[in-house]
Design a protein around this ligand. Sequence first.
Ligand code: SF4
Length: 352
Amino acid sequence: MNESNIPPRKIKVGIPRALYFYRYGPLWVYLLRQFQCDVVISAPTSAKIVEDGAKQAISELCVPMKLYFGHVQALLDEYPDLDYVFIPRYVSIHKNQYYCPKFLTLPETIKYGMKLSVPILTLEVNAKKHYGIEGAIEMGKTLGFSLEDSGKAWMVALKKYNQLKSKMNSSNYIDILASLDKNPNHVIKKRKFREVIPKKIRGKFPLSILILGHPYNVYESYINMHLIERLKTLDCHILTIEDTHSDQFKKPVKINKIYEQYWQSEDEILKTARYYLNEGKKEIDGVIFLISFACGPDSLIEELVMRDMKTRKIPFLTLILDEHSGESGMVTRIESLVDMIRRKKYDSISSS
Ligand code: SF4
């Protein structure tokens, strides 16, 4: 407290609700709170955020990057008193594997692309620099914390994050991320969808669908047009990378005799696909792969996954997301896939 008993104003830091907020958002919030910051998060994606992002970013970028621009703008519009925008730099979490180059240069892309006047607070996560602790110490220095206190703050935040992560799965993922945002104006209203399956047969012909893709595509309901909710109304049980046992990620994926998967996110996708192509084959009835238009790494592995699924006769659908994706076209494709799988599965059961 100061002399007038008014608590000192906390440093206000804004986190854009985009890209790896959908994976590491809780870790960032815990860390910033350890640093005594007032943490705010941009509003859930809306038509305006998509439009603002598409206007500010260059047109060649993938839609998750365009959304990032839109979310930074949303923070600046809603919180004019922001001290920092938090923009991390994810380089690698495993030696010899890297995140997409867009993550490596994210702070600069936003700084110069948006001519940002609010300072950026960054956290570098890099396997060559002790996986984040060095980045946290740098960040702590900017916020006025000692090396020791910053190191402790990182360890506490990481422990809390790992505990939470072990409880996260595709059923609670969106709600847990939403609970990080304390702004009552940001409550995500659940959309109601028409019931496609008649009541009397609901639950009698269930299916399990694996959704592959980056978390910022799988759990970003606005841009994927509520894929998870829609599949649930079609009596489908959902599985994602977050439901896959951590043991499945230990063994490397070899594309061929000499080449191991180089991109971090695509490695996760391939390891999940490998499990469901083999031991987990009976756990799924079909696969939907969500990819972003203009995504280099996704386009490299989509073909590999599609061919493998075809060989194992697992129904497979790729949905390409961009800011112009039309809802009716998407819904028709999902409903047709589910209908086709259900007819095949239950006809073959009834005729056997
Ligand atoms: S991995 Fe693909 S979707 Fe993700 S940021 Fe890079 S280009 Fe965009």
